[in-house]
Structure formats: structure tokens, C-alpha cells
Design a protein around this ligand. Structure first.
Ligand code: SF4
Length: 180
């Protein structure tokens, strides 16, 4: 029997919707388990990914220093790195704050918003430092494939992963990559 491909996932500045869409492959997950072994992912609850992952799926862009660190470590572990969804590809919804100065965003969220008691901007050393802008992941690491969508559909994940596992260059038919 051929060796299984090792798949890992990570979530940065995203909403976990891309992960949920991946899990929407439903019972096909059993078929996928025949050809793929899951490393760090929502299926395993492994916190740190091993050194030799074949395919790493990244959801979300980069909004703080921890995201950057996590992404760099993840890239080192993965032979093939995939930007999954709009947030990883171009910053997505979190990047809407890029048009507003960071200080203004913080003040609006923590000082001026309606119903806030004891207003203060969080300032704990344990908190990761916010970046001035939200960045897509390709600005920091090399990305091998981009899976568009918000989120990409379960069928997109399925087609992409089964193509790669079978040694085919992944190709997504038009009907899987549309935005209605
Ligand atoms: S691309 Fe869409 S579904 Fe995926 S993490 Fe971003 S907002 Fe969520």
C-alpha cells in the first residue's frame, strides 16, 4: 500500500470558516483517511506539527506577531504550503482595518464603543503585538498553491487534496471556483 500523505492545518487571522468548510467533506473524510494521515489539525488536536508534513493548509492572514511566528514555523514543516481562502490570500475581512489607523481601531473597539465598562486598551505583555496592517501570507513565506473562496467549498478541498495525493497537478474546474 502506498505511503499516506501527511496533512496539517493551521488557523491565523481567520474565522475558522475555512476549517469548517473542509470538515464539510462529510463522510468522504473516511475515504481521505485511507490516503492521508492528519497531523496538526482540528481532527487530531495535535498542537505542534511534526517536521515532515507533505501538505500544510493555512487559513487566515497575519494580524499579529504570533501569526507571523506560527506561519514561519509551519512553513518550515511543510513541503507544500497552501493559502486557503480569502483571508490567507489577500487578508480578507480582517484587512478591512488596513484603511484605518491602528490606534483609531483600538480606541473605537475598547474605549468608544457603546456599552463598554471600565474602558481600557488591552496592554498585557502576554498578548501578541498587533501589526499595523493585516497581511496576506505570501508576503511573509513562499506559498505553493492558493485555494480561493470565502470559504473554499468542501468540494474544492476534496478535489485539491485527492489530486495531490494521486500525484496529479491539482486543477479546479470552473464550477468549483465561483463566487455566488
Ligand atoms: S476566507 Fe472567509 S471563511 Fe475563511 S477564514 Fe476568512 S472569513 Fe473565514
Amino acid at each position: 500500500m502506498a505511503e499516506k500523505i501527511k496533512v496539517a492545518t493551521t488557523s491565523l487571522a481567520g474565522c475558522f470558516g475555512c476549517h469548517m468548510s473542509f470538515l464539510d467533506i462529510d463522510e468522504r473524510i473516511l475515504e481521505l483517511a485511507q490516503i492521508a494521515q492528519f497531523d496538526r489539525s482540528p481532527l487530531t488536536d495535535i498542537k505542534t506539527c511534526s517536521d515532515h508534513v507533505d501538505i500544510g493548509l493555512v487559513e487566515g492572514g497575519l494580524c499579529n506577531s504570533e501569526n507571523v511566528h506560527t506561519l514561519r514555523e509551519f512553513r518550515k514543516s511543510c513541503k507544500i504550503l497552501v493559502a486557503v481562502g480569502a483571508c490567507a490570500i489577500n487578508g480578507g475581512l480582517p484587512a478591512m482595518r488596513n484603511h484605518i489607523p491602528l490606534q483609531e481601531c483600538l480606541e473605537e473597539s475598547y474605549l468608544d464603543a457603546v456599552g463598554i465598562e471600565n474602558p481600557q486598551i488591552p496592554n498585557d505583555v502576554e498578548l501578541p503585538l498587533l501589526l499595523n496592517k493585516v497581511h496576506p501570507i505570501h508576503e511573509v513565506v513562499k506559498v505553493d498553491y492558493f485555494l480561493p473562496g470565502c470559504p473554499p467549498s468542501a468540494d474544492v478541498f476534496w478535489k485539491f487534496l485527492t489530486d495531490l495525493a494521486s500525484g496529479r497537478e491539482p486543477s479546479l474546474p470552473y464550477e468549483l471556483v465561483h463566487y455566488d
